[in-house]
Design a binder for this molecule. Structure first.
Ligand code: NAD
Length: 312
């Protein structure tokens, strides 16, 4: 029987652990805090800012909202980062990108105190991750690993260490925020890791790799990229992709909503219905990896807070 991994429950479990640890810290007079830094009014960034604020409230963290007009200069933004670096109420700094074009991403990221870089944007922390010294594993790949670790413990009754060691893990996608760090986190756990990407597909070689995966982690942003022919019977599949697609009727025509516009839905990169029965376990979309991602960010902020206060 296939296990449909309950990522929502995993997310809630992690949040409970965070709340408990936060209460213990507060009893010592210490409160973790996250600052978001938004320049301009990008819609996606504002949505993300709202989520971070909500999670901070839920966990009992301080939340610091730095929102500045789109014409703010790079020098001003760096001054704001330095102020946050020095603020004892801030354990983690989260720059919300894209920035307006006069601001260089790397100039801002390089100015963040590495001890407050909770989503592992800074090259120093990415370098540590590559060296196997995971200080702040980036939230989305960390969520994939956390889901697999909890799956190993709860469903396979296995020590996660044994679960990862020697496992054939294939990652689809090689972005700096998901695919590559996912590969580092996996190889750091002694898995045998293959990284595939758009050029693998262009050479017609994707299937030959994915078909060998015990654990297949897909982060490409391409709906239906992975169907039954790309998956080994009994594999564990983690679908990171988030795609908005039109809802189609049985003739393949778009279904319209009450306003006469095509209805849409969120899907992953894996053809869930076609693949699920051949897998040992699979994470769904929606209510999948995304339900754990923000919690991993909170976990990193908690860790940063402990490090800053000499508790780690
Ligand atoms: P990206 O666009 O930066 O990278 C996409 C990667 O997929 C690239 O490495 C590219 O080479 C690869 N790719 C594209 N087409 C491919 C193909 N046909 N075959 C094989 N590989 C292909 O995207 P990203 O930021 O890494 O995000 C990937 C997906 O994960 C997106 O759908 C994004 O929305 C989603 N995402 C989800 C979460 C979450 O919490 N669930 C968080 C971040 C991103």
């Amino acid at each position: 029987m296939t296990v449909i991994i309950d990522c929502v429950a995993i997310g809630e479990e992690i949040m409970e652990e965070i709340v408990k640890e936060t209460e213990e810290l507060k009893a010592k007079g210490i409160t973790p805090g996250i600052a978001t830094l938004l320049v301009g009014d990008d819609f996606g960034s504002k949505m993300y800012r709202g989520q971070v604020e909500k999670f901070c409230e839920e966990a009992g963290f301080n939340y610091i909202n730095e929102t500045h007009p789109a014409d703010t200069t790079e020098e001003e933004v760096i001054r704001i980062v330095q102020k946050l670096n020095d603020d004892p109420n801030v354990s983690g700094i989260l720059p919300l990108r894209p920035f307006p074009e006069q601001i260089s991403d790397s100039a801002v990221i390089n100015s963040i105190d590495v001890k407050k870089d909770i989503d592992c944007f800074h090259p120093f922390n990415m370098g540590k991750l590559a060296l196997g010294e995971e200080t702040f594993p980036p939230a989305t790949p960390a969520a994939c690993i956390e889901i697999l670790e909890r799956y190993a413990r709860n469903e396979e009754k296995m020590d996660p260490k044994d679960f990862f060691e020697g496992a054939e893990i294939v990652v689809v996608g090689h972005s700096n925020i998901v695919g590559k760090p996912c590969a580092y986190l996996s190889v750091n756990r002694n898995a045998t890791v293959t990284v595939t990407h758009v050029f693998t597909s262009m050479k017609g070689n994707l299937e030959q790799h994915t078909k060998g995966a015990d654990i297949l982690i897909v982060a490409a942003g391409r709906p239906d990229l992975i169907g039954p022919e790309q998956v080994k019977e009994g594999a564990i599949v983690i679908d990171v992709g988030i795609n908005r697609v039109k809802v189609l009727d049985e003739k393949g025509e778009p279904v319209l909503n009450e306003k006469g516009k095509p209805k849409t839905k969120t899907v992953g990169d894996v053809s869930f219905d076609a693949v699920k029965d051949m897998t040992k376990a699979i994470s769904p979309v929606p209510k999948g990896v995304g339900s754990v991602t923000n919690r991993m960010l909170m976990k990193n902020a908690l860790k940063a807070c402990k490090m800053i206060n000499g508790l780690l």
